[in-house]
Every structure is written in structure tokens, then in C-alpha cells.
Design a protein around this ligand. Structure first.
Ligand SMILES: O=C(O)C(=O)[C@H](O)COP(=O)(O)O
Ligand code: GLU
Length: 422
């Protein structure tokens, strides 16, 4: 049985966490701050828990330079449960409710008029560039009806795509909803974990909402361009169990009004569960119900390490981590590209993800891929199998994957390629 230090793990999520964080986690599980009580046992409403929450929020603000005003230009940081998938739904409940409230301001209380306007006008724009944005768009269609979903682009339909994800079609081919008034949201997934596709810059769109589950805290983000950003913690941030949403104050009371549940029901629109309701979570400082404070603590420690490791170089303290992530990704892609007869990177070069590096061995030959995985395992290189829906290989290059682990992997990539060429 290998020891932790003997393996390098490249799993896609849940993913590796920094060993020192896990070591202190094992201590605080038994006794938090010399209180005699473990961190999973303390009340989420205790002063200790409040301090954990405040520290994690503050660290995230510093890392991503999240505007902190209470006015409309500020952003709230929310901690929720339900994973990335829970937010697929939360986003729809919230943005649709806001859209209806805006119509009500213009049209008044007449429910029939509101219904007709909604049926004729309301659009939710989705950029479908991989498996996760596809799932999010399907959830939106399930909640409000496919007739309201405008697929701005579907990367599988690009002329060179063979019906598979692996590209982001040029923006001039997109079919975005032109009028802001009609567009409840524009949704994109910044990094597609399964397909290895990452946006190279923030796309344009009205009321922009981003899923950053798998590249959160790996590069600078122009928060101000977004209405909301969310992500599950289980990749770059921490343990599975919390989801983080960064929501513009413009979308929340008192700066925005929401449609009432009564009105939504009259219009045949869904009323979401209260635990996914952003205004409720914001009003209660993420403590509407029991929050897993241990997971928030882990996230806070992970963030603090990033702040310590990469001292202030710009307003967004994540810049140092971005440089490291880019460097590790370049090392891996260059080892793959130097051996094209053995390795074939799946997505197009223009959209390669720095976080999830998807490739085939010998064009997807089953025995060659098995040989690759077995050889890797014998060297302690784990978690390299692609997502079950697409197969192939996938190297996940999250923040806790060290440069040394990447060097070890790159050496194996080269050795395996040399062995295959003989
Ligand atoms: O983006 C990914 O990759 C993910 O794993 C999804 O965000 C996972 O969704 P949940 O399992 O957290 O619902
Ligand atoms: N996030 C992981 C797994 C999620 C799942 O399979 O549900 C991935 O994309 O590989």
C-alpha cells in the first residue's frame, strides 16, 4: 500500500488537497482551537464558526479582487450546499424571478399580460460548450420549458467537431438574444472538466452567469463583468460539501426586487427550494440553515496558503497561482505535443483547458490506453482515466498538484512514448 507521499494524484474532482491542510484538519477534527471540541461538533452559529466564515470570505475577496461595497457595485459571497448541479437550478430560479419582477415594474400587476409577455419574450441564453453546460441547459429547460432556452452556440454542431465537444465556436457565429430586456441570463461554463475545454477570455452576454467549478482560483477573473459566478469546492478549493456563489448586489434586495412565490405560481413558473434561494442565503450571511463549517474551514486554509505563497503582486492575489497553473499545463501539453504518434490531445488547440488535459493514447486503442494507465499506476501516478462518458485519458492539473508531481508525470509521458515508438 503506497504512502501519501509516494503517489501523485490527478483526479478530476474530488481532487488532491494540500497535505499540510489535511494534517491540520485531522487535528481540528478532534480539538478546535484548544476548545476540547472538534470543528465538526461546534455550532455553525458560534463565534468560532463566524470567524471561520469571515476569514474564508475575506480570503476569497482578496484572491479574486471581488468588489466589497454594500452598494449596487459590490458582490456578496454565499456558501451553499447542493454542488454545482444545485446551482444549475438556483441560477434559473433566481434569474427568472428577477426577470418577472422587472416586467411587473413595466407592465403592472395584470397576470395575463405578464404571462403573454413571458411566453413571447423570455429567453435564457446558454453557451453549450461541453457536458456541464449541456447539463445546466437541460436543467433550465426542465424548469421553465425548452421554448425559453436559447442555445447561443452548441459546440458539437461546429463544422469540424464530428458531433463532439472540443471547440468554442467563434463569437460571430453565436445566436445571442440581442435585447437585454428579453434575456434573463447568459450562462457559460468557464472550464469543461469532462471535455477539457476552457474559455480563453470572458464571453459577452447580458446578465452573465459563470460556472467556475473546475477552474475557480486558478486565474484572474473579471468579476465585474458577471452577474454571478458559482462553483463546487471539490476541485481547487476544498472538500466536497460546499458550493460558493459570488452574486452581484444588483441581483439582490434591496437593490433588486424578486417576483413573489404567489406570482410565480400564477404564471406556472417554478418556486425554488429556500435553501437554494440566493436572497435568503445572503440575508442570513450563509447561515439560513446548518452550514458544514469544517468544509468552509478547509476552503479558508487552502485560500490562506495561496495568499501566503503568492504575496501581493496585483489587486487580484490569484495572479501567482495563475502563473504556476499555466506553467504546469504547458509542461504537460508540450510532452504530449512532442509525441503526436502516441498522444492525441482531444480539444482544439485554441481552447485547451489548463485544468483538465484530455487526450487519447494511440488514437484511443484500448490495449494501449490500458498499458498507459497500468504503467502510470506502477509509478504512483493516479487518477488519469478520462470521464466515463467520453473515455480516454485526463490529467487534472488543479492547484494542489505540485510542480514536482507534474515533473514526475511528464517524465512518464516521455518514457511511455519512447517505449511505444520502439
Ligand atoms: O464541473 C464539474 O466538473 C463538476 O464536477 C460539476 O460541477 C459537479 O457538479 P456537482 O457534483 O458538484 O453537482
Ligand atoms: N467532476 C467530475 C465527476 C463528476 C461526475 O461524474 O458526476 C468529472 O467531471 O470528472
Amino acid at each position: 500500500m503506497p504512502a501519501r507521499g509516494e503517489v501523485a494524484y490527478f483526479g478530476a474532482g474530488p481532487a488532491p488537497l494540500p497535505t499540510p491542510v489535511l494534517e491540520s484538519a485531522s487535528r481540528v477534527l478532534l480539538n478546535y482551537n484548544d476548545s476540547g471540541i472538534g470543528i465538526t461538533e461546534i455550532s455553525h452559529r458560534s463565534p468560532e464558526a463566524n470567524a471561520v466564515l469571515a476569514h474564508t470570505k475575506e480570503s476569497l475577496r482578496n484572491l479574486l479582487d471581488i468588489p466589497r461595497s454594500d452598494g449596487p457595485d459590490g458582490y456578496e459571497i454565499l456558501f451553499l450546499q447542493g454542488g454545482g448541479s444545485g446551482e444549475f437550478s438556483a441560477v434559473v430560479y433566481h434569474m427568472v424571478s428577477l426577470w418577472i419582477a422587472r416586467q411587473k415594474q413595466d407592465l403592472g400587476e395584470d397576470v395575463e399580460r405578464l404571462r403573454q409577455t413571458m411566453q413571447a419574450e423570455m429567453k435564457l441564453d446558454y453557451l453549450v460548450t461541453g457536458s456541464w453546460s449541456l447539463k445546466a441547459s437541460q436543467e433550465a429547460a426542465r424548469l421553465v420549458g425548452a421554448e425559453h432556452i436559447n442555445v447561443v452556440t452548441d459546440a458539437r454542431k461546429h463544422s469540424d467537431s464530428n458531433g463532439k465537444f472540443g471547440r468554442i465556436p467563434e463569437q460571430d457565429t453565436w445566436n445571442s438574444t440581442k435585447e437585454e430586456k428579453r434575456c434573463a441570463l447568459t450562462y457559460y461554463c468557464d472550464n469543461e472538466t469532462v471535455d477539457g475545454v476552457e474559455f480563453q477570455s470572458t464571453p459577452d452576454g447580458h446578465n452573465l452567469v459563470a460556472d467556475m467549478s473546475s477552474n475557480f482560483l486558478s486565474r484572474k477573473v473579471d468579476v465585474r463583468k458577471h452577474a454571478a459566478i458559482f462553483g463546487g469546492a471539490q476541485k481547487n478549493i476544498g472538500t466536497t460539501g460546499i458550493t460558493i456563489a459570488i452574486v452581484s448586489n444588483r441581483l439582490l434586495p434591496p437593490h433588486a426586487s424578486m417576483a413573489s412565490p404567489v406570482l410565480l405560481r400564477k404564471l406556472g413558473l417554478p418556486v425554488g427550494p429556500v435553501v437554494l434561494d440566493w436572497p435568503t442565503i445572503a440575508k442570513n450571511d450563509s447561515l439560513y440553515n446548518t452550514l458544514p463549517i469544517f468544509d468552509v474551514w478547509i476552503a479558508g486554509r487552502v485560500m490562506q496558503r495561496l495568499l501566503d505563497k503568492h504575496p501581493a503582486s496585483s489587486s487580484a492575489r490569484i495572479a501567482g497561482q495563475e502563473a504556476e497553473s499555466n506553467k504546469k499545463a504547458e509542461m504537460i501539453y508540450s510532452a504530449l505535443d512532442q509525441n503526436p504518434q502516441v498522444y492525441q490531445v482531444v480539444p482544439d488547440k485554441s481552447v485547451r483547458s489548463r485544468m483538465n488535459i484530455c487526450f487519447r493514447v494511440q488514437g484511443g486503442d484500448e490495449s494501449a490506453e490500458k498499458k498507459f494507465l497500468d504503467g502510470a499506476k506502477s509509478k504512483g501516478l493516479l487518477g488519469l482515466k478520462g470521464h466515463r462518458s467520453v473515455g480516454g485519458m485526463r490529467i487534472s492539473n488543479y492547484n494542489a498538484v505540485s510542480v514536482e508531481s507534474v515533473q514526475k508525470l511528464v517524465q512518464y509521458l516521455r518514457e511511455f512514448a519512447d517505449g511505444s515508438a520502439k
